[in-house]
Write a protein that binds this ligand. Structure first.
Ligand code: BEZ
Ligand code: FE
Length: 279
C-alpha cells in the first residue's frame, strides 16, 4: 500500500498541465515532510488554518496579506533567487506599493516638487551582459516620501508623488532628481503582523528605491536599490537586500547638474548600471 505522502503526490499525476502536476506533487512532498519533522499537533494545524483564514479575511484588491506572508517568510526572495537569469542585476521584492498607472515623464524629470527630503540625483545606464547600452529601456520608479510613507498610506500626498516611468536614451542612459528614501515598517495590522510580534521579529525594511526595468527582447527586472549604511540593511524583514544592490549616496558638487535642478551643493549622487539579460 502507498504511504499517505506517495498517494497524495501521485494524485496530481493526472494534471492536464504537467508543470502544475509536478509543482503540486513537490509541494505535497515537502509539506508532509514538514508535518512529520515538526510532529505537528492537531491544535497547531488548527492554529495554522485559523491564521490563513484571518489572512483571507483581511485581503482586498489593495492589500494582500498572502503576498506579505510570502515576503516575510522569504519565499518571494527565494523565487527571485531561483528564477533570476544568470548574469544580470539581481532582482528583489516588488512589495505592495507598485502602481501600474505611473505617468510617463521625460528622462531627467525632477520628482521633488518642493517637498522635504535630501535632494538625490539618480543616474546611470541600462546595459546588457556585455556592457552594451540597451536602447529604449523603460524604468518604472517608486519610493517613499521623507515621512517614510508611500502615497497609498498618506492622504496628504499626491497619488503620483515620487513615482514615474521614464524612457532611457539610445545610449542606455537615464537620470532623475528625487529624494533619499527612508526605512519603514511593513503593515502590521493583520495576522502577519501578529506573527512577527509573537516571534519578536523586526518589522522594518531598510530604505530603498523600487525600480522595474524593461526593454523589448530582454527579461524584465524587478529590483530595489538600498543606500549603503541604511538602518536595517542587515535585517530586512522581507530579505530583499542583495550585495550588488547596495549603492553609495555620494556628496556631489556638479555645477551643471546643480544649475539644471536648482540645487544647493552638495547634493546626493547615486549612480547605477542596470544589467538586463536577453530573453
Ligand atoms: C515594500 O518594499 O514596499 C514592501 C515590500 C514587502 C512587504 C511590504 C512592503
Ligand atoms: Fe518599498
Amino acid at each position: 500500500m502507498l504511504t499517505v505522502t506517495e498517494a497524495a503526490m501521485r494524485s496530481f499525476a493526472t494534471a492536464s498541465d504537467p508543470r502544475m502536476g509536478e509543482v503540486m506533487a513537490l509541494l505535497v512532498k515537502h509539506l508532509h515532510a514538514f508535518v512529520a519533522e515538526s510532529k505537528l499537533t492537531k491544535e497547531e494545524w488548527m492554529r495554522g488554518l485559523t491564521f490563513l483564514t484571518a489572512a483571507a479575511d483581511i485581503t482586498t484588491e489593495e492589500r494582500n496579506e498572502f503576498s506579505l506572508l510570502s515576503d516575510v517568510l522569504g519565499i518571494s526572495s527565494m523565487v527571485d533567487v531561483v528564477s533570476q537569469p544568470v548574469g544580470g542585476t539581481s532582482s528583489s521584492v516588488l512589495g505592495p506599493f507598485h502602481n501600474h498607472d505611473s505617468q510617463l515623464q521625460p528622462n531627467g524629470v525632477d520628482l521633488t516638487k518642493g517637498q522635504a527630503g535630501e535632494r538625490t540625483w539618480l543616474h546611470g545606464r541600462v546595459v546588457d551582459k556585455n556592457g552594451k547600452p540597451v536602447a529604449n529601456a523603460e524604468l518604472d520608479f517608486w519610493q517613499n516620501a521623507d515621512n517614510g510613507l508611500y502615497p497609498a498610506q498618506d492622504s496628504e500626498q499626491d497619488p503620483h508623488n515620487l513615482r514615474c516611468k521614464i524612457h532611457c536614451e539610445a545610449d542606455g542612459s537615464f537620470e532623475l532628481l528625487t529624494i533619499r528614501p527612508h526605512p519603514y515598517t511593513v503593515p502590521t495590522d493583520g495576522p502577519v503582523g501578529a506573527m512577527l510580534a509573537a516571534a519578536k521579529r523586526s518589522i522594518w525594511r531598510p530604505a530603498h528605491y523600487h525600480v522595474i526595468v524593461s526593454a523589448p527582447g530582454y527579461v524584465g527586472l524587478v529590483t530595489e536599490l538600498f543606500p549603503a549604511g541604511s538602518a536595517y540593511i542587515d535585517n530586512d524583514t522581507v530579505f530583499g537586500v542583495r550585495e550588488g544592490l547596495i549603492v553609495d549616496f555620494k556628496p556631489c558638487q556638479n555645477a551643471e547638474v546643480a544649475k539644471r535642478y536648482n540645487l544647493q551643493e552638495p547634493f546626493n549622487e547615486v549612480q547605477f548600471e542596470f544589467c538586463l539579460v536577453k530573453n
